[in-house]
Design a protein around this ligand. Structure first.
Ligand SMILES: Cc1ncc(COP(=O)(O)O)c(C=O)c1O
Length: 410
């Protein structure tokens, strides 16, 4: 049957933008009716000039907010020199960025790609290749229930939420899911056939659940005992977001994985992902076994280097503002008994309510706040790292207002 794709006559810029998308884009997103025009710092402005405090940063991407002067300058300068040259040749910035990542992560080598999903695909290939070098039937992967790792077939296969997987089955075989913090289930799932254990160190899309240190240590011990690679997905929770460079560094001594995947904030809005690995994991990939056309271009890597310079100075301020924001959220919880829990680390924040609260996103928008709701009843906030106490106050006042009106959706 043919579908009619007729747009209604637009009455504003926003409407014409929305109509055009409805007519020509794959209808896979349920977007909010907000057309954004520009941003500065933690603030975004829509097509009508209304401003919003950005507490979601493009889902954890815009670490330095919008139009950061140092990032804008570097983009402008590098765009006029060299944007992309492929991985056939060298440029100045990949090696320098890999060195910086090695220094801050404790892992030795890097591979650059374009997104979180792509970094997970690479990590899964490393797991398979590592297992195959040990024995033919060592390809199984143990992953966590409620995790999210991306939308490609490999990343979906290790994502512990059936709602994302069900339409695309059969997926990659040999994946076992265990509940978070169930050490007995983990012990039972990891065998000689296990080639990798994958852990989203703080589950983001699943509702902001940090994985406990004892569980991470158990995963490390089992990976060592059964010669499997331990992979931490820090795509959402890493690179400064928890107030440290990586979430696994929140524990002392750090529970060091063999492989870390990352993306979102690393190039401040430009598409860059990375896999960091130790020498043991790196040995699983020989020349020709993996690659990408775009990954690690001069522009994205140079911006990431600039970002890391700023991040080193920013982390103490972030930790201070985080403590301030969490304190304010706990005060809101004391006023509203339907707030079940406040969870998170650094500027990765979840506020779980007793009832579904998807409707709060639009209410927050009318208050001039951009938030997100995940898992039906968890308000998720991933503000830019440059958030100030004053902006946190503005967020708390707006949240206070929408919570006073909050009622379970009918
Ligand atoms: C923990 C985690 N892993 C993987 C991904 C997929 O990353 P991307 O959307 O950049 O492909 C995401 C994205 O939200 C994520 O939060």
């Amino acid at each position: 049957m043919e579908t009619t794709l007729e747009a209604t006559a637009p009455t504003s810029i926003a409407e014409s933008v929305i109509n055009l998308e409805r007519q020509y884009l794959l209808q896979n997103y349920a977007r909010y009716p907000l057309v954004l025009k520009r941003g500065r710092g933690c603030w975004l402005y829509d097509a009508n000039g209304k401003r919003y405090l950005d507490l979601i940063s493009g889902i954890g991407v815009n670490a330095l907010g919008h139009a950061h002067p140092r990032i804008t300058r570097v983009i402008r300068e590098q765009a006029s020199l060299l944007v992309h040259s492929s991985n056939l040749y060298y440029h100045e910035y990949q090696g320098a960025l890999a060195k910086k990542l090695a220094e801050v992560s404790g892992l030795q080598r890097a591979f650059f790609c374009n997104s979180g999903t792509e970094s997970m695909e690479g990590a899964i290939k490393m797991i398979h290749s590592h297992g195959r070098r040990v024995r033919e039937d060592k390809f199984e992967i143990v992953s966590l229930e409620n995790s999210f790792h991306g939308r490609s077939i490999g990343a979906l296969s290790v994502t512990g939420q059936p709602k994302y997987r069900k339409d695309f089955e059969p997926l990659m075989p040999g994946v076992h899911f265990v509940p978070m913090h169930d050490e007995a289930a983990l012990e039972a799932a990891v065998t000689n056939r296990t080639a990798g254990i994958i852990v989203e160190t703080i589950q983001g899309e699943g509702g902001i659940y940090p994985v406990a240190e004892s569980w991470l240590r158990k995963a490390r011990e089992l990976a060592d005992r059964f010669d499997a690679l331990l992979v931490f997905d820090e795509i959402q929770c890493g690179i400064g977001r928890p107030g440290t460079h990586f979430a696994y560094q929140l524990h002392v001594p750090a529970v060091l994985p063999d492989v870390v995947t990352m993306a979102k904030p690393i190039s401040c809005g430009l598409p860059l992902g990375a896999i960091l690995m130790n020498e043991r994991a790196a040995a699983s990939i020989a020349p020709g076994m993996h690659g990408t056309t775009f990954g690690g271009g001069a522009l994205t890597c140079r911006v990431a280097l600039e970002f890391f310079e700023i991040l080193d100075e920013l982390l103490p301020q972030m930790r201070r503002v985080s403590a301030y924001f969490f304190d304010g959220l706990h005060k809101l919880r004391a006023k509203h008994s339907f707030i079940r829990e406040i969870r998170g680390q650094g500027l990765m924040i979840g506020m779980e309510l007793e009832f579904p609260c998807g409707h709060l996103v639009q209410e927050a928008m009318s208050e001039g706040l951009l938030i997100n709701v995940t898992h039906g009843n968890v308000v998720r906030m991933l503000p830019p790292y440059i958030l100030t106490e004053k902006e946190a106050d503005r967020a708390l006042v707006g949240l206070g207002r929408i919570l006073r009106r909050a009622k379970p959706a009918a």
